[in-house]
Design a protein around this ligand. Sequence first.
Ligand SMILES: [Zn+2]
Length: 204
Amino acid sequence: MIIFGWRVVFFTLGKGVFHCPQCGGDREYRRRQGRNFFTLFFIPVLPLNKTGGEIVECGTCRGRWAPGVLEVPTTAQLAHMPAMLLRMAIAQVLRSGDYTHAPARSRAVAVVRQAGETGYDESALNADLGRPFDEVRREMSRASSALAPEARESILRAAAEIALMDGPLSVSEQDTLGAVGADLELTRVQITGVVSLARQASGH
Ligand SMILES: [Zn+2]
């Protein structure tokens, strides 16, 4: 007697660390894709069609999710987010003005260090200034949704203060602050409020 049938076999496409909704913490995952196999005596012998889409499987609880679960920031990423966002916000604003202005540059480095990145220095700032604009904007909007509005406002405030160090805001600096505020998911009213407070404080 020949016993035949079919079953789903999963292939691993990639690995990483994600926030597992079931474990409630950072766990290793495997990104997998299922494929139907024709089986003979319970052994998969012939690949058939792919089943559904990719899934993400937790290495600890074996829970399975759609790949969208990878968009949720991990605890480790969250811990670095405010400093990371601050870096990107500051770099964008600096780039739109006089990024060689020494006091603005050293203030930028000091602020990022205060936020917890104690190793941040001039060469790290130069690297941030050289990052592709699209990449920065994507990362910012991904990271922003995880932060409270007050934290996002304080990031914009720090960027505005740095932009104001070389004098009144230029049109391009104002535009950039508006764009950074939007990437931080702040409303127009919030952005205007934060920027005007920074202006008053700086006297420009
Ligand atoms: Zn899990």
